[in-house]
Design a protein around this ligand. Sequence first.
Ligand code: NAP
Length: 306
Amino acid sequence: MYVVFERIAVIGIGLIGSSIALAARESGAARAIALYDADPAVRQRARELSLGEVFDDAAEAVKHADLVVLCVPVGAMAAAAESCKPGMKIGAIVTDVGSVKQAVVDGVGALLPTYVYFIPGHPIAGTERSGPDAGFAALFHNRWHILTPLPGDEREAYAAAVTQLEEFWRGLGAQVERMAPDRHDVVLAVTSHLPHLIAFNIVAMAEDLESVTESEVVKYSASGFRDFTRIAASDPTMWRDVFLNNKEAVLEVLGRFSEDLAALQRAIRWGEGDALYALFDRARRMRREVIEAGQDTPAPNWGREN
Ligand code: NAP
């Protein structure tokens, strides 16, 4: 792999930020890696893990960086961009990894200077873990990375910057696709945001049930509940920000989900076995497609090495 960026700066050293640092180093896609996190304990841990050169100031971290990657929760993106702004060099590419795109385009896009190229993005890769110890270099292997370039920016240099950022993510092992930010938000509401909401809800509901004790739920969790608890273990700050910032798309998909759930409820009540069978069979086929596409584990070796 050849060097795509001489120097990158990673802002926010959690699961995604530390994985980018490790993957950029392992692949050689960046020659130098600067890091910053708002939490001093996280900065200290990043030093111990030798993730790169850790700075105590965001603007200092991005100085001389050709690429700045904002890896903080969606609700903190604008504040993180603001703190980096004084140090950003002319011609730097600024991207992010937020799980919602339109809100980041609006919030961060509005405050960045025109002498940097802002190209929002989202790696469709992750685990329920967070923090700098959770990162691993293979996280992006064979995963999609969606870029949502700003539609209004017609500059030739902007197009070149998008191409360079695509190369960087390919270097980290990802497959890259471009998408409009609002389209991204609807697609992810279906594939990620709603499933997480359901998991949070089921786990919380099981805790409140009176007919089944908590110890019974835990004891017999391998019968399905276990998988929901894994998803529901994801970082609460990150997910709070996702739902606050992708409100419209999530509410729309949730409305449709509730209607279909009501239909299922009716089918169970009236003993409509054929309707239940048809739906479960359709769902099973979808599972096969996910496995065939190689997207059935959080990472290529997940569950075997982690
Ligand atoms: P994480 O492990 O919780 O790490 C985020 C880090 O950013 C924390 O250490 C946090 O510190 C720090 N931070 C918060 N505000 C900051 C600021 N203004 N400046 C500098 N650092 C700041 O989060 P993550 O899972 O890596 O997620 C990061 C982003 O990636 C989110 O936008 C998320 O939507 C997106 N994403 C996550 C996944 C996933 O599976 N986790 C997948 C794809 C995309 P404090 O804890 O002190 O606030």
